[in-house]
Write a protein that binds this ligand. Structure first.
Ligand SMILES: [Zn+2]
Length: 111
């Protein structure tokens, strides 16, 4: 676990940073594949099947993306808990965010 404020590393059972009093996040949650790019999260998909549909559309339109699941163990726990089933988030580069939102908009609306 990592503190998003001071980047201190903690053991997995720790929940808060003793110094900053903030909720720790999974180390993998801050480990972005292309750090020099700013990634934006599309609205959460409540189910892998919808996320896969969205990923396929992004593929066809040459928009890079990556998927993240298992938000229950991260700082996004509250957001994830408000949605049923598996929550999948798709991250796209900030520059492609509007285009990507339009492409996958029809999927999230049907959701
Ligand atoms: Zn801290």
């Amino acid at each position: 676990m990592i503190c998003p404020e001071c980047n201190a590393e903690y053991l997995d059972h720790m929940k808060d940073c003793g110094d900053c009093k903030v909720t720790l996040v999974d180390a993998c949650a801050v480990d972005l594949p292309v750090p020099e790019m700013t990634w934006s999260a599309l609205p959460p998909f409540s189910g892998k099947i919808y996320a896969d549909m969205a990923a396929e559309i992004l593929d066809k339109n040459d928009i890079p993306y990556y998927l993240k699941t298992n938000w229950s163990s991260s700082a996004f726990a509250i957001e994830a808990a408000s949605l049923p089933g598996d929550v999948v988030r798709i991250f796209v580069p900030e520059a492609s965010f509007e285009k990507a939102s339009q492409f996958v908009g029809s999927i999230t609306e049907k959701n």
